[in-house]
Design a protein around this ligand. Structure first.
Ligand SMILES: CC/C=C\C/C=C\C/C=C\C=C\CC(=O)SCCNC(=O)CCNC(=O)[C@H](O)C(C)(C)COP(=O)(O)OP(=O)(O)OC[C@H]1O[C@@H](n2cnc3c(N)ncnc32)[C@H](O)[C@@H]1OP(=O)(O)O
Length: 301
């Protein structure tokens, strides 16, 4: 019976939940995915490794020093996710980091500082685009969080279906935007509310709280805390459990849960870009970012 279910589950709905929702999907070349048992692709910031026999793809961030989400990272992630979304051999995706101690430092602050309005617009559209791909993926998404995960790093984890965090008190996770003097946009907030509930999100976002693994587990921001050397293996074991559920049933259930949040973002996308560009280009906000970057550098010296 289990084998039958697994076979049935292989007949997956094509495309992300976005296209399952009746929106036009986009087609991308499947250049690197052949019929070998393992397909790998490495670009400068992201490594994708799909094991065709297990159906699990590991997407590793490899942009030292902190896997910040700059234009290169956003573009490479978008391309990698599009390819996996269209690949029938892939049923689940694990996000993790190849950089010691950091999952992702979130958006690259240098992409939000001292740039043109056109740059801010393009940058924000790319950030929205990545979130849409992650949040609406028809695949099972597990975050194997093996390092610090502030702001945009936390958002990538929140976009997954399951989160496993390494048990190291230095690996804090949260939406800390308020601490930088910026504001987590509504879809960051929605992702947090959908995970931890309204009351906790309200406090969390206003204070910009960064949670220790123990506290993140307590509020439900992560689902499991495990020893650091077990993060990836636990993610793979967990994925096998998710694979027991027939894909079509899981995908439709996921879509049912996430569609209102995705639709809200799509309906407000252009306004959100306008707000971001107006907000980030303010002198006072630029000053806050400058001071924050100086503070990060001072912390080192
Ligand atoms: C009205 C509202 C309308 C619209 C919405 C408007 C605005 C919303 C706007 C934006 C939302 C943004 C979300 C974000 O993701 S902002 C980014 C937030 N990220 C952080 O705060 C993380 C900061 N970094 C850290 O805390 C640490 O670096 C660390 C814990 C991740 C790692 O610590 P380490 O000690 O290992 O490393 P460091 O020495 O601190 O850093 C090394 C190196 O990297 C630079 N760096 C760190 N983080 C970033 C980053 N996010 N972007 C760019 N660069 C970063 C750091 O300065 C060091 O550089 P140098 O080696 O000194 O040159």
């Amino acid at each position: 019976m289990a084998t039958l279910l697994r076979k049935a589950a292989r007949v997956s709905l094509s495309g992300s939940l976005l296209s399952a929702g009746g929106r036009p999907g986009r087609l991308y070349a499947l250049s690197y995915f052949g019929s070998n048992s393992r397909n790998s692709s490495t670009s400068s910031k992201v490594k994708v490794d799909l094991d065709n026999s297990s159906g699990i793809a590991v997407v590793k961030f490899q942009g030292p020093p902190v896997n910040s989400m700059g234009m290169d990272f956003l573009t490479e992630m978008a391309i990698g996710l599009d390819k996996l979304e269209l690949d029938k051999n892939c049923r689940g995706i694990i996000l993790t980091s190849a950089v010691p101690k950091v999952f992702s430092a979130g958006l690259d602050i240098m992409d939000m500082y001292g740039k043109t309005l056109e740059h801010y617009e393009l940058f924000w559209r790319s950030v929205q685009d990545l979130w849409l791909k992650l949040y609406s993926s028809s695949k099972i998404m597990i975050a194997a969080i093996n390092g610090a995960s502030p702001a945009g790093g936390c958002l990538m984890a929140l976009s997954c279906d399951y989160r496993i965090l390494a048990d190291n008190p230095r690996y804090k996770i949260g939406l800390n935007e308020a601490q930088l003097g910026i504001v987590a946009p509504f879809w960051f907030k929605d992702s947090m509310v959908n995970t931890v509930g309204y009351r906790i999100a309200e406090e969390s976002i206003q204070f910009g709280v960064m949670y220790s693994p123990a506290d993140a587990l307590k509020i439900g921001l992560v689902d499991q805390v495990v020893p650091e050397d077990k993060v990836l293996s636990t993610a793979k074991e967990k994925m096998e459990k998710w694979f027991d559920i027939p894909d079509h049933a899981r995908q439709i259930s996921k879509s049912m849960m996430r569609k209102p949040t995705i639709d809200r973002m799509l309906a407000n996308r252009e306004t959100d870009i306008k707000n971001f560009v107006g907000f980030i280009s303010k002198d006072s906000i630029q000053k806050s970012l400058e001071m924050y970057m100086a503070m990060l550098k001072m912390k080192k010296g």
